[in-house]
Design a protein around this ligand. Structure first.
Ligand SMILES: Nc1ncnc2c1ncn2[C@@H]1O[C@H](COP(=O)(O)OP(=O)(O)OP(=O)(O)O)[C@@H](O)[C@H]1O
Length: 318
């Protein structure tokens, strides 16, 4: 399937007032498949916003290629723009207009009926505030309104920079439901940058993680987590059998077992069934065994601290 977004070797350099160059994006590769919610992650200053702005033709780049819906951008940006809704800049509104008027003006300009204004107000949870002045809106409400604007023309690609910004927990939940529904039921591909990794873990199908303007990891959230899954097992046996269990496990080279808080933690075992069998061979029967779970935050922190591992799907080209 042709990716919705395909970026190869993207480079964007800024020059300081003193003539020093800074590589904001430094040979970035990135691919986003259709109908996915794709997370774009990286530390502060790693080049996420610059990449999104480059895709939308808001900044010029020094190298690399970008394709959106299989059209090269910025060369054929005019064909791509009608298909893309985006919130990458801090949204600016006429503070005296109501939310409804703000959206109605936009709807008229892109040939959408008033009914569409009601739909997007509903989708972002602002129906109740439709006639309130935007100037009275909180940060989170303005964020919702910006997303409503991006949705007006029924985009096939939605690009959001930090969509959870300013939203309360209910707002974050609602945004997650909306983005998942768009991807699942409305033939929309969603690209979101975010620092809220617990949210990304729940929301996204796939992610690209960057550092210093380069991709350090990409793939499905599931594959990423299982590739990084801890090989540490937590094993429960009767308290009087702990010492014997430790001895039995330690007898095998490469296996390390420790007694922590009434549980055995075992690392280096070939697999969980090996632990069960080894202990059973010593007449020790375990009452519980689990693999320590790992979350996306741990994976991300490991990757960004190390500066990168291999690409889950593409064999590690960095
Ligand atoms: N207009 C600009 N002029 C000079 N340097 C810039 C400009 N815009 C961005 N940069 C620099 O480029 C680098 C990447 O910035 P960018 O905003 O793309 O990072 P980011 O990953 O979006 O960060 P954050 O997570 O903090 O939003 C940073 O070092 C930033 O200072």
């Amino acid at each position: 399937m042709t990716p919705v977004i395909e970026i190869s070797g993207l480079r964007k350099t800024y020059r300081s007032l003193f003539g020093k160059t800074h590589h904001a994006v430094d040979g970035l590769d990135m691919s986003v498949e259709p109908n996915q919610v794709h997370g774009f992650l990286g530390p502060n200053g790693s080049g996420k916003t610059t990449t999104l702005r480059s895709l939308l033709g808001l900044v010029s780049v020094q190298g690399g290629t970008m394709r959106v819906f299989d059209r090269p951008v910025p060369d054929r940006l005019a064909e791509v723009v009608p298909l893309v809704g985006a919130v990458v800049e801090a949204p600016r509104f006429f503070e005296k207009f109501s939310a409804f008027t703000t959206l109605q003006l936009l709807a008229t300009s892109v040939g959408m009926p008033t009914q569409r204004v009601h739909e997007v107000l509903e989708q972002v949870g602002l129906t109740h505030y439709a006639n309130f002045r935007v100037g009275s809106f909180s940060l989170g409400m303005k964020q919702r309104l910006a997303v409503a604007q991006a949705l007006i023309k029924r985009p096939r690609l939605l690009i959001l920079d930090e969509p959870a910004n300013g939203l309360d927990p209910a707002g974050i939940h609602q945004m997650r439901t909306l983005l998942r529904t768009l991807a699942k039921d409305f033939d929309t591909t969603v690209l979101v940058s975010s620092h809220v990794l617990s949210e990304v873990q729940q929301l996204c199908d796939t992610v690209t993680i960057i550092s210093h303007g380069r991709r350090i990891q990409a793939g499905s959230v599931k594959d990423l987590m299982s590739a990084a899954a801890s090989n540490e097992l937590s094993v429960s046996v009767a308290p009087e059998e702990i010492t014997a269990a430790l001895e039995a496990l330690h007898a095998h080279e490469g296996v390390v077992a420790a007694h922590v808080d009434g549980q055995l933690t075992v690392t280096g075992a070939p697999d969980p069934s090996w632990v069960t069998k080894t202990l059973a061979d010593h007449d020790i029967y375990l009452s519980g065994l689990s693999r320590r779970s790992i979350n996306l935050e741990e994976v991300y922190l490991k990757l960004t601290a190390q500066g990168g591992l291999e690409d889950v799907h593409e064999g590690g080209q960095e």
